[in-house]
Structure formats: C-alpha cells, structure tokens
Design a protein around this ligand. Structure first.
Ligand SMILES: CC(=O)N[C@H]1[C@@H](OP(=O)(O)O)O[C@H](CO)[C@@H](O)[C@@H]1O
Length: 506
C-alpha cells in the first residue's frame, strides 16, 4: 500500500490534493482505507479522467444530435428474424447452437455490476423476486435455464456438457452476489462453472474537475459502465479461462430481463452459421421514446445509439410503411466470439467512447458533513458494452419476439413500465401460452373451465396462472407429453415434481 507521502504526491500530480483534506481527523483504520483506495488510482489516468470528465460536463447534453444526422437504419436484409424465418430454418439454427453447446464451446456472461438505482433496492438486481408463485429470483431462473440448455444438448448429443456462467459484478454487487449463490448452493450448478469477477470502479468528478468525496475517507466511486467488461476480462484473466475451457462463443446479457434465453441455441446457431464475430438481438421498438438503444449504422459502421443520446425527432422518424425508421431496439443480448473479444482487449479497448452521465452524487462538505444534493453535481463516465460493434468484421442483428424474449425489470412498482409487475406478468403470460399450445385446459378454483385466451396485452394478467420451471422446459418444448388434454387448476406450478406426477398419471 502507499505511504501518506506517496499518496499525497500522486494526488498532487493529478490536481486532486483535496482528497486528503480530512487526513488529520481520520483514525488509523480510516486512513488505511483511504490509502488503499488511492493506491488503485494511477496518477496519469486520474489526471486524464478528471480533465475529460470536467470537459465533458461543461459541454454536456447527451442527446446533442451529433450522430443523428449520420444514422441510417440497418437494412432489413442484414437482420435475421425469428418472425420472418420458417420453422425449418429456426430448427437448423437451434440444432447448430445445441451442437456448439454440446462441444463445450458456449458460455454465458452476465453483466451485473449495476446498482439498480431505478428499481430502488439496496441489493443486486439478480436477487430480486418479482412475486412468481415459485418465489424464484432472477438469478435462480437464469441458473435453471443454463441447466436446462445443457440438458437439451446432452440429450441430443449424448454428452455431459458445461455452459460456464461468467458474472461480472462490481464493488457494489460482488459480495452479496457471492453470498447469495453460496447460500443457495449455486442453485444446482457446479460452483467451479460459475466465475464471478469484478469490473473497475472510477471516481465521480464535480464540474470543477475535482474528485467527489462521499465520506471524509472515501472517494465517490462508480462502476465504469457495462463496457467496463473489456477491461475486466483482461484484469481478471477471463479470456484465458475461456480458452482453457475451450469456449469459443459467448452470449453476453444484462441481468434484468426476466425472459432472457441463456445461451439461446437459436441465436448462437444463427450467429455461428453466418460466420459472425459479433451479434445483437433486437426487438421492434414499441414506441419512439421507449428507453432502449437502437441498433443502426453510423458512417457505415454498426453501432447502438443509446436512448439517452438520440434526439426525440430522430427517434420519431417513420419509414415508407409508417413503421419507425430506427426500430431495431437493443435488448442487451450480445454474441461475441472469443477471438473478437481478444482483438478488442488487445487493440481497441482504449478507443471505446466515454459516455457522460450527470448525476446527483452525495458528498461531504468542507466540514465533513454529508450532503445529498438536490441538483446534479457530479459527472460519471461510463463505457457501453455495445460500443465494440464498430470493430466487428462481420456483425449480425437478430430480431426476436418481444413477448418471448424481452421484459426488463428497471423500475419499482408504481412506474408505468418495466416493473416487477410487468416482468411477472410477461413470464406468466408466456407460460400460459406454452401450456395452451401444449393442449392443457385450465380450471378455476371451483373446477370450472377458464376459457382460453390466446393473446393478452401488456396491461392484463393471463386468465389463468401458470408457471413452468425452466428445469422442465426452456422455450416451451416438451410440454405436450405432460399437458395435452390435462385439466390444470390455476394457479398451476409445473416444476420437476409436478412433471413426474403428470407423467405417472398419463
Ligand atoms: C449501455 C447499455 O447496454 N444500455 C442498454 C441497457 O440499458 P440500461 O437502461 O442501461 O439498462 O439495456 C437496454 C435494454 O433493457 C438497452 O436497450 C440499452 O441499450
């Protein structure tokens, strides 16, 4: 660890001497913690970071329109689509994906370093329970999907494959996530195949270019955005781990989408058969101001323009058929080859754009009292995971069905969209559709038939409650043999035990 003198010199070089202003008041333990924090910061990088943040803050307007004029939509012929493809093609991609999975070539990587500020919980989002009949958390659902996709590949190819699960956490989420997994015996996964690592944290900076102190001995730090992935892969030797395991393809996704298909064989198979090194799943944007990024091209290069960085007028532009011109909504499900990630790590990481977020950052005033600002006072710099698309040699977009694949949990209940209620509803509506399609009949509590309803809107609950464990079915497969012509009493929970009962009562 640094000595006081070294820390002082380091901070002076970066113009940040104020970080030590409360030094004389700190206990030995407190001062050690501060020295430890300072020792993580490299003086030149810090100087540059603070300079760039202050400059970005002074001219900040995220949606400044600099890119809008150069944006063009992805030509439809460059988008693979679940809706527009026939059954055989989808089957072919799915088979290809399962083949790759069966050969241990596929891993999933979860971006879980965020603080879930909008959701308003003090713990990692993945630990959230949206109120399903089973009480499962997002982490449990995801873990069970991994187990099921492994099983599908095993059964098809007579193997015992592994889909390793890499989880990128941050200083905020690592400890609670690790504990949660341990407390739940990794939800049935082998701990050695769940690899958690931490992304970097960087200081929040005031408009004057000075690091913000959130305590007398603590710098206000924030994760470096989900694009911090590329640094973190190197810092934690994750690419080496993948190589050792023979992983060639990675499905990267963010934690909050309750419908995420982990290592989706169809998506993997599509990307692999197109020879892509980089790919993104998209859904048709629901309305112009929907808070999703749009996949598009800028100066001929693939890019995502984030919802906070697009001008409203651009988001509203319509194509010839009245559809949104920029409608390829990014659902934060990406495909990368290991080779591509290595290239990014070796050659391109430093070129990734810094995005600026102006936030309210709690700070200590000159007297050391904590102030919760009412106006934004700090600049946080973030990298975005999708900013590497421009370096891809062969990029593909893959359009999937929103009702099957996208229902993110962003906000607390009470907000109109993307809440625990909407997430729960989307999952239950999906499982209800699967059960109907498999030939099940629902009964109410008085054993009266509930008339089937084949589509429900986002704002209504399905007429019967049905939850199907991912351990029983991954994307609706295999249900006919269990549910056909069966009377299912709502609420109906199809877990592995119930599946066994149903087989026996054939
Ligand atoms: C930097 C980044 O990855 N932003 C993603 C991500 O947004 P957040 O609001 O940061 O969760 O998830 C959205 C989908 O839920 C996607 O549309 C958007 O582009």
């Amino acid at each position: 660890m640094l000595s006081f003198e070294e820390a002082k010199a380091r901070l002076e070089t970066a113009g940040q001497s104020h970080v030590l202003q409360f030094w004389a008041e700190l206990s030995a333990e407190e001062s050690n913690a501060l020295l430890e924090e300072i020792s993580q910061l490299k003086p030149e990088e810090l100087l540059e970071h603070c300079r760039a943040a202050a400059e970005a803050g002074s001219r900040h307007s995220s949606a400044d329109g600099r890119l809008d004029a150069r944006m063009e939509p992805v030509p439809p012929e460059f988008i693979g689509s679940v809706r527009k493809s026939d059954k055989e093609t989808l089957q072919m991609w799915g088979d290809e994906g399962l083949l790759q999975i069966s050969q241990d070539k596929v891993a999933v990587l979860l971006l879980a370093g965020g603080q879930g500020t909008r959701l308003g919980v003090p713990y990692p989002k993945g630990m959230y329970n949206v109120g399903l009949p089973s009480g499962k958390t997002l982490y449990q659902i995801q873990s069970e999907r991994i187990q099921k996709v492994q099983e599908l590949a095993n059964v098809k190819h007579g193997c015992r494959c592994t889909v390793p699960w890499y989880i990128m956490t941050s200083e905020f989420t690592l400890e609670p996530t690790e504990k949660f997994f341990k407390d739940h015996q990794y939800f049935g996964l082998c701990p050695s195949n769940v690899v958690m690592f931490e992304q970097r944290m960087i200081p929040a900076v005031g408009f004057d270019g000075k690091i913000i102190l959130e305590k007398k001995n603590k710098i206000a730090m924030a994760p470096d955005g989900n694009g911090g992935l590329y640094h973190a892969l190197v810092d934690n030797k994750i690419l080496e781990d993948m190589e050792r395991r023979g992983v060639e393809y990675l499905h990267v996704y963010c934690v909050d989408n309750i419908l995420v298909k982990m290592a989706d064989p169809v998506f993997i198979g599509f990307c692999v058969s197109k020879g892509a090194d980089c790919g993104a799943k998209v859904v048709d944007k629901a309305y112009p101001a929907e808070p999703v990024g749009v996949v598009c091209r800028v100066d001929g290069l693939y890019q995502v323009i984030e919802y906070s960085e697009i001008q409203p007028e651009t988001a509203e532009l319509k194509g010839p058929g009245g559809e949104l011109l920029f409608r390829a909504g990014n659902i934060c499900n990406h495909f990368f080859t290991r080779g591509f990630l290595k290239d990014v790590a070796d050659k391109f990481e430093s070129q990734l754009k810094q995005h600026v977020a102006i936030k309210k950052v709690p700070f200590v005033d000159g007297e050391g009292k904590l102030v919760k600002p009412t106006k934004p006072n700090g600049i946080k710099m973030e990298k975005f995971v999708f900013d590497v698309f421009q370096f891809s040699k062969k990029f593909v977009a893959f359009e999937v069905l929103r009702e099957e694949e996208f229902s993110p949990l962003k906000n607390a209940d009470g907000a109109p969209l993307d809440t625990p209620t909407t997430a729960r509803r989307s999952l239950l509506a999906q499982h209800y559709r699967w059960a109907l399609a498999a030939g099940g009949n629902f009964l109410d509590e008085q054993d009266k038939p509930i008339p089937p309803k084949h589509s429900t809107t986002q704002n209504e609950d399905p007429p019967a409650i049905c939850e199907i464990s991912p351990l029983v079915s991954y994307f609706g497969e295999g249900l006919e043999k269990l549910l056909k012509q069966k009377n299912l009493k709502s609420p109906f929970l199809l877990d592995e035990n119930e599946a066994k009962n149903l087989v026996q009562t054939k």
